[in-house]
Design a protein. Structure first.
Lengths: 535, 366
């Protein structure tokens, strides 16, 4: 609907430049109210149709805070739907929250599309060459607040002007603002729905100076002053991060009878902003919005945290991993020559690695940097090694850097993508490699990932890995991999199982067992140990 | 939230009534203020003729309270002002008390009217974005803007030999002395001047000692090369692209074994240089070689920030084969501004022969 009104406004602007049709926003009045409906003096004669949306406003007479000239302003109330249309009147259905709000005499506006051509635009007024008057800083500030509150809901106006008055009590405009606040409060009280047993004069409102901006991730202390302390027996602060559907309730502490103090919790103070309102219960048990409301909450802007905040030292951000593993592809290869001699078909490699992971918030979930060494011999299932043809020796010492991204997907399990760059030296000198892993699920919970890596002088490895926590302290990893390591040899498959145990919250030893083979005859077992430290 | 659930929630949190009526002192507390502008606190005091109302304020984190008595202003309001000089980030905290003279002439008893010394009300003091950022940056450095730094490093890629038995080392050392000043004139965050000395000995071949070298000739220029330079001066600008993202660009002038030469270095870093960060850097020095590196630093171990670096380099001579260095750094910062560091690492140009790297560093912030 907002888009439609915005479109209408844009159209009106466009018409001012090049009129092609007479689409208009019609204004009428509420002429009668009923239990669930109201009637407005706009009918099909002016183009109103069933199903159209109609907007209601409450006229309010104020005085300009500087000039004290009378100003006719309005307060937004809400919207209804045209249910039936006569020639002169339209019947409007209202949402439940507006049933007791709309009164006869309220403004009604509806956007109407018309096919006929628009009337010619009025002639442009002659340019005003008079110099723009200058004002002092205090006047300029009052005018700024005035402009900012024009057209806003009444609770928001009361809150803003109360806040201004709290810090400008000796301003030359203070008296004028106080008078206007009285008008606003009286209007707000008159607009509050009648509740059984509630005296109309009960004032459950609070005065409050609201902060404009806040730092993400920090509590925002607030204080409220009860307008009529004797009438209020309970109060509650409701808070949500802007964009979230549900408010969280925060207890307000009453102090010195008239004050309410509390804080917006740090966890909810996040970009783009935090919203809140205060509800009070009167001595007669009636409840009411004391400051802003759930439909029109007060807002504090919260800046997105700077990059540096993601690097602020906190607990549980760092992980040190040390692993060592050994794989033998020929443990069970007992093929012999014709004379019955055991043949040398050695095919094995070992790898050790140490790395540090630093976790970040946001799209970049973590960065990792580590060192490793890799060594092995063989790599071929059918080769027989002799003194004349010894098994090739493969070695590689390397460092790597890795970044893991958390893809911004709203639905389904978390999706992570990690990329690694490897640089090292082998027997043939300098070499590089790359690796990537796509992960479905949280890294430290049940997840399934597929990875592929290729390193010069060493070979490639691709694997499918399932990690899960069948017991709270026991992580398990199951993987199947295809590789030509060590040294770009024959393809082989590796089945591995990793089992860990969380001894303490910060340390977790792991053990690995594996079976690998390049053919049915050329296969073997392997194992490994690891230590993971979290702090 | 529906109105019924809201009402239930409200009923569940019925307020415990505080101390009864604060004798008519009514004050709407401000939530924030602009740095360098006085704060005028306003109160309505019903029985002003019978008691004095006093504002107690202090900077956040300070111990002592400053007292200001409320005075009557135009319009019947009572006002107490916090002077502009005291309105500094990150903020202030305050409470109000009243004291009524006792009938028997005893000393008046102070009564809390709003907040209390144990639970004062905070006012956030805001500054411009750049000023706030400058304060945060200075907070990270303890308010110190200058740093003098010295580092020494010994790098050994191992000894190379040939079939004839000639042995030539492959190593170098490097000394860096520099001075940095944090301008904090964003985006220009820091300027740095420095001196570097880098000298080494390498075989006169990419990874081997030339085959025709013998133990008798291994010291000759045909077998070994003196690499590096004795004097290198440089100038570096630290540009903060955003808070926590910085590019350091360096221009370098050296007098190496052959002639005057140029060099350059660039480092892009996310995070805090002395704490948690990730950095990628490239350094080039004509005839001497090129370094490319990744570094991850973490300050999550109390009092001992650390870093790991993977470096790809052909130093100390661009004629040498490219190798890798795997480095671990640990630092020990002291409250005085002194920061001591140690480095251990491994360097190799191939998997067969490698050597250790070791270094020490010290910096002093003031």
């Amino acid at each position: 609907m907002i888009a439609r009104w915005g479109w209408a406004a844009a159209l009106v602007v466009a018409l001012g430049v090049a009129p092609v049709a007479a689409d208009v926003v019609l204004a009428g009045r509420v002429v009668k109210t009923d239990r669930r409906e109201v009637y407005v003096n706009l009918g099909e004669g002016v183009g109103v149709e069933v199903g159209g949306r109609i907007r209601f406003k409450r006229p309010i007479a104020l005085r300009h805070p500087v000039t004290r000239a009378a100003v006719n302003d309005w307060l937004p109330l809400g919207e209804g739907t045209v249910a039936a249309v006569g020639n002169q009147l339209a019947r409007i259905e209202l949402p439940p929250e507006l049933l007791t709000t709309i009164k006869a005499g309220d403004l009604a506006e509806i956007y109407v599309e018309r096919a006929e051509a628009a009337p010619p635009p009025p002639p442009k007024p002659a340019p005003d060459d008079r110099p723009i008057p200058t004002v002092d800083a205090e006047t300029a500030q009052v005018l700024q607040v005035w402009r900012a509150t024009t057209g806003k809901p009444i609770d928001e106006r009361i809150g803003v002007w109360s806040g201004w008055l709290a810090s400008h009590a000796t301003s030359p405009y203070a008296e004028a603002v106080r008078a206007d606040l009285e008008v606003l409060r009286a209007t707000a009280l008159a607009m509050t729905p009648d509740l059984p047993g509630r005296p109309r004069a009960l004032d459950l409102h609070v005065e409050h100076a609201a902060p404009k901006r806040a730092l993400a991730g920090a509590d925002v202390p607030l204080a409220f002053v009860l307008a009529d302390p004797a009438q209020v027996v309970a109060a509650s602060l409701h808070v949500r991060t802007r964009g979230q559907p549900v408010y969280e309730r925060v207890e307000l502490v009453r102090e010195h009878d008239i004050y309410l103090r509390g804080a917006l919790p740090a966890a909810l103070v996040a970009a783009p902003g935090v919203e809140y309102f205060v509800e009070t219960i009167g001595a007669d048990g009636s409840a009411g919005a004391a400051y802003a409301s759930d439909a029109a909450p007060a807002t504090i802007e919260v800046d997105a945290p700077a990059v540096v905040e993601r690097f602020t030292a906190t607990r549980q951000r760092t992980r040190l991993t040390i692993i060592g593993s050994y794989l033998d592809f020929a443990t069970f290869d007992d093929r012999k020559d014709s004379a019955g001699n055991t043949l040398d078909r050695r095919d094995r490699f070992a790898e050790t690695q140490i790395d540090v992971l630093y976790r970040l918030a946001g799209v970049v979930q973590g960065v990792r940097l580590g060192f490793g060494a890799y060594g092995g011999r063989g790599g071929f299932s059918e080769a027989v090694w002799t003194d004349a043809q010894p098994a090739p020796v493969i070695g590689f010492q390397y460092g790597f850097v890795e970044a893991e991204l958390r893809l911004p997907i709203d639905r389904g399990p978390a999706l992570g993508l990690a990329g690694r760059f490897v640089a090292g030296v082998g027997r043939e000198g300098f070499g590089v490699g790359v690796a990537g892993r796509l992960r479905l699920g949280e890294p430290d919970a049940t997840n399934l990932s597929v990875g592929v890596s290729g390193v010069q002088q060493v070979g490639f490895l691709s694997d499918l890995l399932l990690e899960t926590w069948p017991l709270p302290k026991v992580p398990v990893g199951l993987s199947v991999a295809v590789t030509d390591q060590p040294g770009n040899g024959d393809l082989g498959v590796r089945l591995a199982a990793d089992l860990g145990y969380r001894l303490r919250p910060w340390v977790r030893p792991t053990v690995r067992v594996s079976w690998q083979g390049r053919t049915a005859a050329h296969a073997g077992v392997g194992g490994g140990l690891g230590l993971v430290f979290d702090w | 939230m529906t109105s019924s659930s809201l009402t239930l929630a409200l009923v569940a949190v019925a307020l415990a009534a505080g101390p009864v009526a604060a004798d008519g002192v009514r004050h709407v507390p401000p939530a924030e203020a602009e740095a360098g502008a006085p704060i005028e606190l306003v109160a309505s005091i019903a029985d002003a003729g019978h008691k004095d109302v006093v504002l107690h304020y202090r900077a956040r984190g300070a111990v002592a309270w400053v007292d200001v008595a409320f005075t009557q202003a135009a319009g019947g309001q009572w006002v107490a002002a916090i002077p502009a000089a005291a309105v500094l980030p990150p903020g202030l905290e305050y409470y109000l008390q009243s004291a009524a003279a006792a009938a028997d002439g005893a000393a008046p008893a102070a009564i809390d009217e709003f907040a209390s010394a144990a639970d004062p009300h905070p006012i956030v003091v805001r500054t411009g974005d750049k000023d706030a950022r400058r304060l945060r940056d200075l907070g990270r450095t303890g308010g110190r803007r200058s740093r003098a730094h010295a580092a020494f490093e010994w790098v050994d890629f191992g000894q190379r030999d040939n079939a004839a038995g000639a042995v030539v080392p492959d190593r170098y050392y490097r000394i860096d002395l520099d001075f940095a000043y944090r301008l904090l004139a964003y985006p220009l965050e820091e300027i740095r001047f420095g001196y570097t000395r880098l000298e080494g000995i390498v075989p006169n071949s990419d990874r081997r000692v030339p085959a025709d070298c013998t133990p008798a000739t291994e010291g000759s220029a045909a077998c070994r090369v003196d690499a590096g330079f004795k004097v290198g001066g440089w100038f570096e600008l630290g540009l903060a692209l955003a808070e926590g993202v910085r590019f350091d660009g360096r221009g370098m002038f050296t007098a190496n074994q052959e002639s005057f030469a140029l060099g350059a270095r660039g480092e892009l870093r996310a995070g805090i240089a002395d704490g948690n960060h990730l950095a990628v850097a490239v350094e080039y020095m004509a005839d001497v070689g090129t370094i490319g590196s990744f570094r991850l630093g973490w300050a999550t171990v109390p009092k001992v920030p650390m870093a790991m670096t993977v470096e790809v380099t052909d130093l100390p001579s661009s004629t040498r084969a490219t190798g890798v260095r795997l480095l671990y750094d640990a630092f020990y910062p002291l409250p005085t501004g002194l920061r001591l560091g140690g480095r251990l690492g491994y360097a190799a140009r191939d998997q067969i022969i490698g050597g250790l790297s070791a270094g020490v560093s010290a910096s002093y912030d003031f």
